[in-house]
Write a protein that binds this ligand. Structure first.
Ligand SMILES: *Cc1c(COP(=O)(O)O)cnc(C)c1O
Length: 385
């Protein structure tokens, strides 16, 4: 099976992790934690980076630092991984869902203003699938209404918005280093900001809100959101290779685009002129004119040894975040999107093989449909359109 994602740990990862074990610095003290934070902060042109145990904790910590809690509303895109909205609930606040725009599949900045109420405190834009959001448009709305902006850059390590690194946008930005992200620590996350006070507060809350001057004195309830030295060692080795990994992802994406851009009924992942997309997941949309439905194409690929993922389900349509609103663009993208294999270990031949299937099934089924109403390929698991 060609996997959708796999980590590439072929640099200094083993050496650094081995160093942690040899020296017995395996918990959350140790030189790699600071070195990893420093490397990520530098890469994102941020003053401060605070490592945490996962990306969801990073988002929750960012909200806690801003004092967001019960009674507050936070605007989040509906088309994202569920963690973006869950973190808002962890803080006791209410997520308000905004639709996507059809061009780059990101949060629709034009739809923000209508959602703002006297209780709105923040917006969490997500750089979905490795493409940056249009942050200037979001910032303009946030400034007008005095809102905080927390960038969820979990999927966009190495991406750029108008030449600025993702993970360095908004008032506070957050990364995840989960195993399938562009770079990984197994599990891990990071909070970044230029504000000294927020950075200090994030470090304080991350470590049980223990007084920096009096050990075991806790003026309030904090969290244990620390990252371990072992995870940070892995992370440092990964950051060293970020440019290399991003270059491979972009090269793979270019090959997919060359092969698939002209296939009738297939729309390939976009890249705005102002964007550097890292194609965390290389994605396509299956349009109505493609002879197979989205689910039938995924099933057929699976039968030929190619693993894929559907787009995230629009969060507002799920019981975990019940919501009566209809957000047509997010719902439509969610129903039509596929993440194709996006590992940096893919070979040129594998990408060609995947594309051959998509091209061939597009053509043979279309031809057959003209003269013969019966499907020529047994629909795999699902009915063809
Ligand atoms: C992966 C991801 C997260 C959560 O990260 P974890 O490390 O799994 O907690 C949050 N937001 C987005 C957009 C993600 O893709």
């Amino acid at each position: 099976m060609i996997p959708v994602a796999e980590p590439d740990l072929s640099g200094n990862e083993l050496e650094y992790v081995t160093d942690c074990v040899r020296t017995e610095w395996v918990s959350s003290l140790g030189k790699y934690v600071g070195a990893f934070e420093h490397a990520v902060a530098e890469r994102c042109a941020r003053r401060h980076a605070i490592s945490v145990c996962n990306g969801t904790a990073a988002l929750h910590l960012a909200l806690a630092v801003l004092g967001i809690g019960p009674g507050d509303e936070v605007i989040v895109p509906s088309l994202t991984f569920v963690a973006t909205a869950n973190a808002v609930r962890y803080a006791g606040a209410t997520p308000v869902f905004v639709d996507a725009e059809p061009d780059y599949w990101q949060l629709d900045a034009g739809a923000l203003e209508a959602l703002i109420t006297p209780n709105t405190r923040a917006i969490i834009p997500v750089d979905l699938y490795g493409h940056p959001v249009d942050m200037d448009a979001i910032d303009a709305v946030a400034r007008r209404h005095d809102l905080w902006v927390i960038e969820d850059a979990a999927e966009a390590h190495g991406a750029e918005y108008k030449g600025r690194p993702c993970g360095g946008l908004g008032h506070i930005s957050c990364f995840s280093f989960y195993g399938n992200k562009v770079i990984t620590t197994g599990e891990g996350g990071m909070v970044l900001t230029d504000d000294d006070g927020w950075a200090e507060r994030a470090r304080f809350l991350r470590d049980h809100a223990m007084s920096p001057t009096e050990r075991y004195y806790h003026p309030e309830i904090g969290f244990n959101y620390r990252l371990t030295n072992i995870q940070a060692a892995l992370g440092l080795a990964q950051v060293e290779r970020l440019e290399h990994l991003v270059a491979i992802k972009r090269r793979n994406a270019a090959q997919y685009i060359r092969r698939l851009a002209d296939v009738p009924g297939i729309t390939v992942a976009p890249e705005a002129v102002w964007a550097k997309n890292v194609y965390w997941m290389f994605s396509i949309l299956v349009e109505p004119e493609y002879p197979l439905s989205r689910d039938a194409l995924m099933a057929a690929l699976r039968q030929h040894g190619v693993d894929t993922r559907p787009f995230f389900r629009a969060i507002h349509t799920m019981p975990c975040h019940p919501c009566e609103d209809r957000l047509p663009v997010a719902e439509d993208l969610a129903a039509r999107g596929i993440n194709l294999p996006s590992s940096t270990k893919l070979t040129e031949a594998q990408i060609d093989e995947i594309c051959d299937h998509i091209v061939d099934w597009g053509e043979t089924r279309r031809l057959r449909r003209v003269g013969d109403p019966r499907p020529c390929v047994k629909a795999v698991g699902e009915e063809a359109r």
